[in-house]
Design a protein around this ligand. Structure first.
Ligand SMILES: [Zn+2]
Length: 98
Protein backbone atom coordinates (compact mmCIF):
# COMPACT_ATOMS: atom_id res chain seq x y z
CA UNK A 1 0.00 0.00 0.00
CA UNK A 2 1.41 3.42 -0.93
CA UNK A 3 2.03 5.99 1.78
CA UNK A 4 -1.00 8.16 2.34
CA UNK A 5 -0.90 11.91 1.88
CA UNK A 6 -1.59 12.23 5.59
CA UNK A 7 1.62 10.41 6.52
CA UNK A 8 3.68 12.47 4.10
CA UNK A 9 2.17 15.74 5.26
CA UNK A 10 3.19 15.33 8.89
CA UNK A 11 6.83 14.93 7.79
CA UNK A 12 6.86 18.28 5.99
CA UNK A 13 8.26 21.25 7.87
CA UNK A 14 6.17 24.36 7.46
CA UNK A 15 7.91 27.62 6.58
CA UNK A 16 8.07 30.16 9.39
CA UNK A 17 4.94 32.25 9.84
CA UNK A 18 2.68 29.82 8.01
CA UNK A 19 -0.47 29.19 10.02
CA UNK A 20 -2.41 27.03 7.55
CA UNK A 21 -1.85 25.25 4.27
CA UNK A 22 -4.29 24.12 1.62
CA UNK A 23 -3.19 21.37 -0.71
CA UNK A 24 -3.96 22.38 -4.29
CA UNK A 25 -5.68 20.28 -6.92
CA UNK A 26 -2.34 19.77 -8.67
CA UNK A 27 -0.66 18.91 -5.37
CA UNK A 28 -3.23 16.18 -4.81
CA UNK A 29 -2.75 14.86 -8.33
CA UNK A 30 1.02 14.49 -8.01
CA UNK A 31 0.96 13.62 -4.31
CA UNK A 32 3.24 16.50 -3.30
CA UNK A 33 2.26 17.92 0.11
CA UNK A 34 4.28 21.10 -0.48
CA UNK A 35 2.14 22.22 -3.44
CA UNK A 36 -0.14 24.37 -1.36
CA UNK A 37 -1.74 27.72 -0.79
CA UNK A 38 -0.26 29.02 2.46
CA UNK A 39 -1.71 31.40 5.02
CA UNK A 40 1.01 33.57 6.50
CA UNK A 41 0.33 35.75 9.52
CA UNK A 42 2.01 39.14 9.34
CA UNK A 43 2.03 42.14 11.69
CA UNK A 44 -1.28 43.59 10.55
CA UNK A 45 -2.60 41.19 7.95
CA UNK A 46 -2.88 37.59 6.87
CA UNK A 47 -1.39 36.76 3.48
CA UNK A 48 -2.78 33.92 1.39
CA UNK A 49 -0.21 32.82 -1.17
CA UNK A 50 -0.01 30.03 -3.69
CA UNK A 51 3.40 28.38 -3.50
CA UNK A 52 3.34 27.65 -7.23
CA UNK A 53 1.55 30.48 -9.08
CA UNK A 54 3.78 33.58 -9.06
CA UNK A 55 0.97 36.14 -8.93
CA UNK A 56 -1.61 34.30 -6.89
CA UNK A 57 -1.68 35.98 -3.54
CA UNK A 58 -4.06 38.11 -1.53
CA UNK A 59 -3.40 40.15 1.58
CA UNK A 60 -6.17 40.51 4.15
CA UNK A 61 -5.74 43.30 6.67
CA UNK A 62 -6.88 42.76 10.23
CA UNK A 63 -10.35 44.14 10.82
CA UNK A 64 -9.79 47.80 11.80
CA UNK A 65 -13.01 47.74 13.83
CA UNK A 66 -11.72 44.98 16.08
CA UNK A 67 -8.59 44.38 18.10
CA UNK A 68 -6.52 41.41 19.15
CA UNK A 69 -7.72 37.90 18.44
CA UNK A 70 -10.99 39.03 16.87
CA UNK A 71 -9.23 41.15 14.27
CA UNK A 72 -6.78 38.38 13.51
CA UNK A 73 -9.57 35.82 13.30
CA UNK A 74 -11.51 37.91 10.83
CA UNK A 75 -8.54 38.32 8.50
CA UNK A 76 -7.64 34.66 8.84
CA UNK A 77 -11.16 33.67 7.86
CA UNK A 78 -11.09 35.85 4.75
CA UNK A 79 -7.67 34.52 3.80
CA UNK A 80 -8.74 30.94 4.40
CA UNK A 81 -11.76 31.36 2.13
CA UNK A 82 -9.53 32.76 -0.63
CA UNK A 83 -6.93 30.02 -0.13
CA UNK A 84 -9.52 27.27 -0.20
CA UNK A 85 -11.08 28.61 -3.38
CA UNK A 86 -7.72 28.93 -5.13
CA UNK A 87 -6.50 25.51 -3.97
CA UNK A 88 -9.58 23.85 -5.43
CA UNK A 89 -8.94 25.16 -8.94
CA UNK A 90 -5.15 25.52 -9.02
CA UNK A 91 -3.60 23.19 -11.56
CA UNK A 92 -0.15 24.76 -11.58
CA UNK A 93 2.75 22.40 -11.14
CA UNK A 94 5.98 23.29 -9.37
CA UNK A 95 9.09 23.67 -11.49
CA UNK A 96 11.27 20.57 -11.05
CA UNK A 97 14.24 21.19 -8.76
CA UNK A 98 17.06 19.11 -10.16
ZN1 LIG B 1 -1.99 28.46 -7.64
Amino acid sequence: MPATAQTTQTAVTWPEGVIARYLTDAGKAIGDPTVTVDLIEKDDSVLARCTVCPDSEADFSFDPMCTGARATGWATKQAATWAQAHAEVCRALPRPTA
